[in-house]
Design a protein around this ligand. Sequence first.
Ligand code: PLP
Length: 392
Amino acid sequence: MRTIYLDNNATTRVADEVLEEMIPCLRDIYGNPSSMHHKGAEAGEPLKLARQRVASLLGAQPDEILFTSCGTESDSTAINAAMVAYPDKKHIVTTMVEHPAVKTYCESLEKHGYRVTLVPVDRKGRLDLNALYASISDDTAIVSIMWANNETGTLFPVEEIAKKVKSLGAAVFHTDAVQAVGKVDINLADSAIDMLSLSGHKLHAPKGVGALYIRKGTKFSPFLMGGHQENGRRAGTENHSSIVALGRACSLAAEMMEEENTRVKALRDRLEKRLLETIPNCFVNGDLDNRLPNTCSISFEYVEGEAILLMMNEFGICASSGSACTSGSLEPSHVLRAMGIPFTAAHGTIRFSLSTDNTDEDIDTVIENLPGIIHTLRQMSPFWAEAMAAKA
Ligand code: PLP
């Protein structure tokens, strides 16, 4: 059976070009970049190139890039650095729809004397900017706002927000750009963004590597302490081959982004249009005018997302649902709840996320099979029967 992989916001396949540069680093260029001998020096060169490539994709300087183990570590490092740099400031601002990498960490800080503001969103997932700006004071250590939402693809105006919150007294502005890097044109050269997180496995590099952009002049303290790697900003021997891979993934994204965004968006739009035309009682979630080109979050009323996933899997189709397993029961995700998506629809939400690997044929397979799947599931759904009876 052919795999139709439409779960690229969860993770992506390592690109062939990326793998090609990575393998020699595992097989031949195996020295520790911190070593004084020629094998160490040999390993240092590709590391330097990787830093340049990541910086170049972001419009940053190479010495503003810190390599980490993942997006989560980058997020934690940024938040921790702000707390250490500004010990007297006890207020943190983030959003209700943030990835747990930011939201859970921030919420945990309430136990350590921090006041945490979670800015709400509207039905389309747009941030309440008035509430955000009203929350800022001289006591605000960090404002952390994601660039693109992983579930709906909704984009927040982070460049504008960064400027404004800093003018209102926030010490540091950080953005979790894990879903944006490689899909959104980013130029940090003239922005007020102090720190930005990214993750390799979301842009066709391997899992277990990430980076944190730290604007020159931003007060910084390491999260991992020990050796002097990364200019003393992160201890631990570098994940050399994966960092090299991340660098190549960034240069690949820079080469292909414009063209691929147009192609992928056309595939996504065709998928959405056809599903909306052929399946009753469904709707697309998020800010449709400001969205990643690859993401489609679609709610099918009165059916279970997990049942849809299982049935799609029979046809080789991989996607995600909008539910999360919380204490043994399936709850609609915090993002859909924050947007006020009704319970009966939130439960039947599926996220399709595309990448450069997807083709017209992939979309055809979903369009051919999903209407039948939803129909079958609705015939078994007591909620659907109830809703139809109420309508009659
Ligand atoms: N932030 C966002 C928006 C994400 O989508 C993810 C992963 O899904 C993360 C952070 C965490 O990244 P990682 O898996 O590299 O820790």
